[in-house]
Design a protein around this ligand. Structure first.
Ligand SMILES: Cc1cc2nc3c(=O)[nH]c(=O)nc-3n(C[C@H](O)[C@H](O)[C@H](O)COP(=O)(O)OP(=O)(O)OC[C@H]3O[C@@H](n4cnc5c(N)ncnc54)[C@H](O)[C@@H]3O)c2cc1C
Length: 480
């Protein structure tokens, strides 16, 4: 019987292990930390809930409104009510805590027969020509001791589902990819502010929050995740960009308290090699996060499942060991199904996140109902709905018009968005005492490099932003 090790117990690993175990293949799934809270916004599309049979209990909030906020603070609601009407409430964007979602999917794979090992894989011997059999060395933490017990295991095939810092990718010489750096603070809010985010997520765009991506405020169970991302070349700016998000959203986050600070790399494109010998990469290890939206959870789960389905098929249900050629079939199917989606989102990011005029145009365009429908259909259901010719013409005119107006709307300075639950007098009085407790320090003015500013006033910080290590996720600070 075929022996498969899945390394990594995030969405990609669990979904792969589940399929293999269901087919009766001898499967091990390794997860170094069973209560791992992957730094993540935790937003998932509706189609994932049905497709991966996720229970409602893992969804903290059902968001029906995504509020886009432009550099000049123009606010546009991309709202499910606008697109699908107020009668139909079944559509939503799911907001999850990763520690809850990941544990559910991992435990399900184990219940179906996968051997769940609480262990950190430290070494992979790949055999001659990297074709296996493969010997894994790992520290087993199942006894609960902090120093794990060193063990080894021999397998015929490996699925690398071990995220952006993949050890499997190194062992198979998969080659490097560029990464973006994401930074996030989890902020606990007083009830009144939290109520405002009940059904709402916010996306901020502007040079102050990111030169090439967006900043976000996503609601979780009892707090909001506030963060931003930027390409690796700008990683030294990440903390000052986070200050930018905080400053813009400060009137909505008033009296919040930071309970966790975290950072993690996000792959920007697939690795040069995703299958070598009998080793295949899935999810972030392969590099399957989309540009523009930074979405990776669905694609991780889906790639894990597709790769495992290919293994089941090529091994005839575990009877024979699949070849490299067999495993590459999974890549062919993946690229043909999602290649265009990645390309289109990359083009959109290059156009609309390039400067503040383009960002103003982008937010203005999001006010259009056809644009909203297109956005939701492609995000929620992962399907590309062809536009009618008149819609295409309208969209082109809209793009041009917004592009021209965007230049005029570009602000000289960035200002906080108004509070949504208090009048100005009250919120200013509160801000005079304190804004957000804890997390990164916001104090003395420190300028961003001129090249980043585009002539605009920068956010302030009292520290030279630390360069974040991309070698593993970082829980930079944690409280309770
Ligand atoms: C700040 C931030 C916000 C994001 N927000 C969103 C969002 O809102 N929506 C969205 O769709 N995507 C988001 N993403 C992207 C998303 O988090 C990833 O695409 C997704 O987690 C990839 O899943 P995965 O299973 O491939 O890898 P991961 O989730 O990274 O899981 C890898 C697992 O492998 C384990 N592991 C690693 N090495 C070893 C080893 N040697 N031995 C044993 N175990 C190991 C880790 O502990 C981890 O549990 C965000 C990313 C970041 C950084």
């Amino acid at each position: 019987m075929l022996r498969v090790a899945v390394i990594g117990g995030g969405p990609s690993g669990s979904c792969a292990a589940e399929i293999l175990a269901k087919a009766g293949i001898e499967t091990w799934i390794f997860e170094r930390k069973l209560d791992n809270a992957k730094p993540c916004g935790g937003a998932i599309p509706l189609c994932m809930v049905a497709e991966f049979e996720l229970p409602e209990s893992i969804i903290d909030r059902k968001v029906r409104n995504m509020r886009m906020i432009s550099p000049s603070n123009r606010e546009v609601d991309i709202s499910l009510d606008n697109v699908y009407g107020t009668e139909q409430k079944s559509e939503y964007i799911g907001m999850c805590r990763r520690e809850i979602m990941d544990a559910f999917m991992r435990d399900r794979a184990a219940e179906l027969g996968a051997n769940l090992v609480n262990g950190l894989v430290t070494q992979i011997e790949t055999g001659s020509n990297r074709e296996g059999p493969y010997t894994l060395t790992y520290s087993d933490y199942s006894s609960g001791e902090s120093t794990g017990e060193s063990k080894s295991l021999e397998v015929d095939l490996i699925i690398g589902a071990d995220g952006a810092n993949s050890r499997v990718a190194k062992a198979m010489d998969a080659g490097d990819y560029n990464v973006a750096i994401a930074f996030q603070e989890r902020i606990k809010l007083p009830e009144k502010e939290m109520k405002y985010y009940e059904n709402l997520a916010e996306m901020y765009v502007g040079t102050d929050v990111s030169p090439d991506f967006y900043g976000w405020v996503f609601p979780k169970y009892d707090h909001v995740a506030v963060g931003t991302g930027t390409m690796q070349k700008n990683q030294s700016l990440i903390k000052s960009l986070q200050v930018g998000v905080r400053e813009r959203a400060q009137k909505r986050l008033v009296n919040g308290e930071v309970i966790k600070v975290e950072a993690h790399p996000i792959p920007e494109h697939p690795r040069p090699r995703r299958v070598v010998g009998r080793m295949a990469l899935v999810g972030d290890a392969a590099g399957y996060v989309t540009k523009s939206s930074g979405e990776g959870i669905y694609f991780a789960a889906k790639s894990g499942r597709m790769c495992a389905e290919q293994i089941v098929k090529s091994s005839q249900g575990g009877k024979i060991i699949p070849s490299e050629k067999d495993l590459k079939e999974y890549l062919k199917k993946w690229d043909s199904e999602y290649g265009t989606t990645y390309k289109v989102l990359e083009i959109l990011q290059n156009i609309f996140y390039s400067n503040d005029a383009a960002r103003e145009a982008f937010v203005e365009m999001c006010d259009d109902k056809d644009v909203q429908r297109l956005t939701f259909d492609s995000y929620l259901y992962k399907k590309v709905v062809p536009m009618k010719p008149w819609q295409q013409i309208k969209l082109t005119m809209l793009t041009l018009g917004s592009w021209i107006r965007g230049r005029a709307l570009t602000p000289d300075t960035y200002k906080p968005v108004p509070s949504a639950v208090r009048d100005d007098e009250e919120v200013n009085a509160m801000l005079a005492v304190s804004t957000i407790k804890g997390g990164i320090k916001v104090g003395n003015k420190k300028a961003m490099p001129e090249a980043m500013r585009g002539g605009l006033k920068p956010p302030s910080t009292d520290k030279t932003p630390a360069v974040l290590s991309t070698n593993g996720s970082e829980n930079l600070e944690e409280k309770s």
